[in-house]
Design a protein around this ligand. Structure first.
Ligand code: MN
Length: 151
């Protein structure tokens, strides 16, 4: 696991985001969605896998119902302590803007194929049920995935 990219992008003397050095253990894996009012409003989906939060930026409201597919751009892994973060990232800094909790709950991983697919079950108050992230070839270098609710 590496939080190097996460730490490189941030100046922890300026932002109240966690630096992620604290030892944190959750009794069971969690997911969180944070509503991020940055230059463009988006939703950050984070899944606890292998001791970090695998992170995806979703430009539109995450799918509560089946039949909606959302683009999800994979971003740098975040520390587990980020799951509780809410607040203001100061102007001029990475991700400047307001972060609010949008949903949170349990995560059960069904299958993970690195750079291919992730199948899992979420038990949040908005996102509840079986979901998938499927990697797309769209855009070549972009870390594009599709996020949707399954049967
Ligand atoms: Mn964000």
């Amino acid at each position: 696991m590496s939080l190097e990219d996460y730490r490189k992008k941030r100046d922890f003397s300026k932002t109240s985001e966690p630096c992620g050095y604290e030892a944190l253990v959750h009794p069971a894996p969690i997911f969180v969605v944070q509503e991020h009012h940055a230059s463009h409003l988006h939703y950050d989906l984070r899944l606890e896998i292998d001791g970090v939060l695998k992170s995806f930026a979703i430009p539109k409201t995450p799918p509560i119902e089946r039949g909606i597919k959302r683009l999800a751009i994979q971003t740098e892994d975040h520390p587990l302590s980020y799951a509780d973060f809410e607040g203001e990232i100061p102007e001029g800094h990475y991700g400047a803007g307001t972060v609010k909790q949008w949903d949170k709950g349990g995560l059960v991983i069904e299958e993970v194929k690195e750079n291919e697919k992730m199948l899992f079950e979420l038990s949040g108050s908005k996102l509840a049920g079986r979901y998938a992230l499927i990697k797309t070839k769209y855009g070549g270098k972009r870390n594009s995935w599709l996020f949707f609710k399954r049967k």
